[in-house]
Ligand binder design. Structure first.
Ligand SMILES: Cc1cc2nc3c(=O)[nH]c(=O)nc-3n(C[C@H](O)[C@H](O)[C@H](O)COP(=O)(O)OP(=O)(O)OC[C@H]3O[C@@H](n4cnc5c(N)ncnc54)[C@H](O)[C@@H]3O)c2cc1C
Ligand SMILES: NC(=O)c1ccc[n+]([C@@H]2O[C@H](COP(=O)([O-])OP(=O)(O)OC[C@H]3O[C@@H](n4cnc5c(N)ncnc54)[C@H](O)[C@@H]3O)[C@@H](O)[C@H]2O)c1
Length: 482
């Protein structure tokens, strides 16, 4: 029974954080380290989407897929790994990785750093004030001496299609937490979630059909990246249909097979359909209207993560739409935490300069991303098209990764590609993209080169070890220098 009598307690902290995903956790960690008091409000599980329905479970599902695929490219080993994946073991490991959807470990950590947790739905009620409605209907009123940080993340978007709501579609939450392998899985969307989940469920035994509206997979990366990933998925037996749009979904009575109807009348039948069609901010019911902002909108911020037009409200992580990635949100949290602490001490200690301690400059110049597909895909900085659009005078240098000695040892018949985009005026790397087995671990070298604006002439002296995949750098630089 819901308690109807609300008990309002006034609790004052230096900082109140709304949402305890990876980003909210890092904001409180940083402000505590700076000596401020903090409270955090969470409506579901401490650890957020990333820990329970996104990064962690998806990577736990994909790790055996990628390891098996790599092993199948090594002479003397491949014969031992021809069997199917043991789906039940994979799910059991995934469940362990997400702590069986329990957050005790995260709670212990927050306790250990002295952060007060409020369970329930939080809403702004005015400047520096948050009200929390707990699971039993109880209310807490929190006030912040210095700042409120909104770290409420994002949720999957479902398009407004006839029949969809009654068809019990999967979103990323079900695709990462299911312990049943659908016989036939239809995946709508060719972005990162679509590609990773098509890769995982195909390997777990589903017959996968991808329905992609655009021309190819992973459209935010260099075109060659999606082409390699699509070729590999198709070679393994998945079907990818590009240039198609879904017009309706039919599942009679919400059970049995699902029919995905395409514009033009064609249709695809499956046992389950996953909509991986992007994200929306979780801001529709957090009291934005009480502080002059629009409910349901992404929150625009400056480089210290302060919401435009305020001097106390921060928006950090997915909710500000700068880069929907855990590592980048955590980076923003480190910057926001430092900026909040600096402002609490008086504005004189705030250093808003680019690449300084209180500016999330990398959000504009160097966002790294690894897609755990098979082969892996990774990129940082600007693609060739983005660099040209931004008005840089650039040259792209391309490399068939198969020419790298380390690649040939990594996998027989290695297939992959690398591209470095060089600013011809400053002779620095603006961006790099890779696709191929094992290349995820190569990305950080590119991130260091882009963030450090390391001159090409100096990169020439950064000698990659022989015979590793990193020799891609040597080949790219040789090609650039002619
Ligand atoms: C399938 C999938 C795989 C992904 N894989 C990766 C990956 O490999 N690497 C990577 O970098 N990124 C990945 N991402 C992206 C990553 O999950 C997000 O960028 C990250 O979770 C954002 O963190 P956040 O803290 O901003 O938000 P979230 O993780 O969404 O956390 C927000 C928290 O706020 C809480 N909350 C919301 N509203 C309220 C409220 N009103 N009151 C109280 N609490 C509230 C929510 O319950 C939630 O716990 C993936 C995403 C998906 C969907
Ligand atoms: N490994 C990783 O880093 C990782 C993994 C998963 C997700 N993520 C993050 O999560 C975010 C969300 O991923 P996502 O794949 O849901 O979003 P996305 O924006 O990357 O891709 C969604 C795709 O769906 C398409 N689409 C949208 N509406 C459609 C419709 N009605 N019909 C058909 N196609 C439609 C879009 O054109 C787009 O290509 C990404 O921004 C990504 O950064 C990261």
């Amino acid at each position: 029974m819901t308690r109807t009598v609300a008990h309002a307690h006034e609790n004052e902290y230096d900082v109140v954080v709304l949402g305890a995903g990876p980003v909210g956790e890092n904001v409180v960690d940083r402000v505590r380290a700076a000596g401020l008091t903090a409270a955090i409000v969470e409506g579901e599980l401490i650890g957020g989407e990333c820990s329970y329905w996104a990064c962690m479970p998806s990577k736990a599902l994909l790790r055996p897929v990628i390891a098996r695929s790599d092993a199948r490219k090594v002479a003397g080993l491949r014969e031992s790994v021809y069997g199917p994946l043991d789906a039940l073991e994979v799910f059991a490991h995934r469940d362990q990785v997400v702590g069986d959807w329990q957050d005790d470990g995260q709670v212990d950590w927050l306790d250990s750093i002295g952060v007060r947790i409020f369970r329930g739905h939080g809403r702004l009620t005015g400047p520096r004030r948050v009200e929390v409605t707990g699971p039993e209907g109880e209310h807490h009123v929190l006030s912040a001496r210095h700042a409120v940080a909104v770290c409420t993340g994002s949720r999957a978007v479902l398009p407004d299609l006839p029949g969809l709501s009654g068809a019990r579609p999967w979103t990323s939450r079900e695709a990462t937490s299911s312990d049943r392998v659908p016989g036939r899985l239809v995946v709508v969307g060719g972005g990162v979630v679509g590609v990773e989940m098509a890769t995982a469920w195909h390997a777990l035994g589903s017959k996968v059909t991808m329905l992609v509206r655009g021309e190819g997979l992973l459209p935010r990366m260099e075109p060659f990246v999606g082409e390699h990933v699509a070729a590999a998925l198709t070679a393994r037996g998945a079907e990818i249909r590009t240039g198609v749009s879904v017009s309706a979904v039919v599942r009679d009575g919400g059970t049995g097979p699902v029919t995905v109807v395409l514009e033009g009348g064609d249709h695809v039948e499956g046992d389950q359909v996953l909509f991986a069609t992007g994200r929306a901010p979780r801001t529709e019911d957090i009291g934005l209207e009480k502080v002059g902002l629009k409910p349901g909108s992404w929150l625009d911020v400056d480089d210290s993560l302060l919401v435009d037009g305020t001097d106390w409200l921060y928006a950090v992580g997915d909710v500000n739409h700068r880069a929907l990635l855990t590592h980048q949100g955590k980076y923003q949290a480190r910057i926001a935490g430092a900026a909040i602490a600096a402002r609490a001490k008086g504005d004189a200690s705030l250093d808003g300069a680019s690449w300084g301690p209180h500016a999330a400059t990398a959000d504009h110049a160097a966002v790294p991303q690894v897609v755990f597909s098979d082969p892996e895909a990774a990129a940082v900085g600007l693609s060739l098209a983005e660099a040209e659009r931004a008005g840089h005078r650039v040259r792209a240098v391309d490399l068939d990764m198969g020419q790298v000695a380390g690649a040939g040892l990594y996998a027989q018949g290695y297939r992959g590609h690398a591209r470095m985009v060089v600013d011809l005026d400053r002779e620095v790397v603006l961006g790099a993209s890779f696709v191929g087995p094992g290349i995820g671990e190569l990305l950080h070298s590119a991130t260091v080169a882009v963030v450090g604006e390391v001159p090409i002439a100096r990169l020439w002296h950064a000698v990659p070890s022989y015979p590793t995949l990193s020799e891609a750098w040597l080949r790219l630089l040789e090609a650039y220098r002619g």
